[in-house]
Write a new protein. Structure first.
Length: 123
């Protein structure tokens, strides 16, 4: 790093407390829908739509984890904004981890995840 260059804060790099705060704020915004509620998934905080998992926050990584269609997961991984979600080494193809706490991206993928899960439950 060049002398005098400012290094990004931990929340911008890899999550951290700022990422958890962002997760809580963005998921609070979804609770207007009575079908959406808080729960836990593999010991991590998550939100569910009518009992189906939608998103979670991985405290280890400081990352948002969302359920999306496989092609969207592949797109996010290919463009570097997401990483495969592979707890214990098993890749979940409809789940992606978003490690950078980016408010606009997290809000967008949370909305996509709710839409995806809602549609999956309808048909």
């Amino acid at each position: 790093m060049a002398p005098g260059a400012k290094r990004p804060s931990a929340p911008e790099e890899s999550g951290g407390d700022g990422a958890r705060t962002l997760y809580d704020e963005l998921t609070d915004d979804l609770l207007y829908d009575p079908a959406i509620g808080r729960a836990t998934m593999m010991g991590y905080p998550c939100i569910r739509f009518a009992g189906s998992f939608v998103a979670s926050f991985d405290d280890r990584l400081g990352a948002l984890v969302v359920k999306l269609p496989r092609d969207r997961v592949a797109e996010l991984v290919a463009d570097g904004r997401g990483e495969p979600f592979a707890p214990a080494g098993k890749v979940f193809r409809e789940w992606v981890s978003i490690p950078i706490a980016d408010q606009a991206l997290w809000r967008a993928v949370l909305a996509e995840a709710v839409t995806f899960v809602r549609a999956s439950r309808a048909g």
